[in-house]
Design a protein around this ligand. Structure first.
Ligand code: HEM
Length: 184
């Protein structure tokens, strides 16, 4: 990773283009720099695929499970699914933000870059809040199954969780759009 960070900042020196003795060295440097950039783009694309693919898959699974699973099995299923996907999604998100951030740092800073930074920060905060909310909701649903039902709290919790999940999706898409604009 250190190698990648060093290479992405590697720049051809002004004037070196005219020195034939340096041409070989600088073109190698450019090649390495291009290589590092390509690796970061690959990492970014893989990370976005895992993050968005996971998001869409969980949404589809949520719909299908409503029709196929009993309440108790559904609560248990999502407790395990959510906990299993969290480390995978979080690592994908971290890799995406890291590679995107390094690519961003290698270009001039402007308004679009600031917007991407704010969106990335909002996405991290929203994910933390959404996970906390989902865990509270799972506990409430579990309590309801055991007889201590507070249907009003579950309804409010479910509405909050749905809003947070929608916000996660919107922020993720906005970041992809902004990233594409920054990269083009
Ligand atoms: C992509 C990012 C997501 C992550 C990291 C994530 C993670 C989690 C976690 C950690 C839990 C709590 C499990 C526990 O009880 O400990 C959970 C619960 C749940 N998640 Fe997700 N989730 C994500 C997206 C989604 C999406 C897009 C949906 C559906 C539209 C969804 C539906 C649910 C449901 C139904 C629960 C059970 C709580 C409830 O009844 O609302 N999740 N998730």
């Amino acid at each position: 990773m250190f190698f990648l960070v060093a290479e992405i900042f590697a720049r051809r020196q002004p004037g070196s283009r005219n020195l034939s003795a340096c041409r070989c060295y600088t073109s190698t440097q450019m090649l390495m720099s291009e290589f590092a950039r390509a690796m970061l783009v690959v990492l970014l694309q893989l990370s976005v695929s895992v993050w968005l693919g996971g998001y869409v898959t969980i949404a589809i699974v949520a719909c299908v499970s409503r029709e196929t699973l009993e309440a108790e099995a559904r609560v248990r299923f999502f407790r395990l699914l959510g906990r299993a996907f969290l480390p995978v999604g979080a690592v994908a998100l971290a890799c995406g933000l890291l590679s995107g951030g390094l690519l961003l740092a290698a270009r001039p800073w402007d308004g679009l870059a600031t917007a991407a930074f704010i969106l990335a920060f909002a996405l991290i905060v929203t994910l933390a809040v959404a996970v906390g909310q989902a865990r509270r909701l799972t506990r409430l649903r579990q309590a309801a199954l055991e007889g201590g039902a507070d249907t009003g709290a579950i309804r409010r919790g479910a509405a909050g969780a749905a809003a947070l999940r929608a916000l996660l999706g919107v922020l993720s898409l906005a970041l992809v759009v902004l990233g594409s604009l920054l990269g083009s």
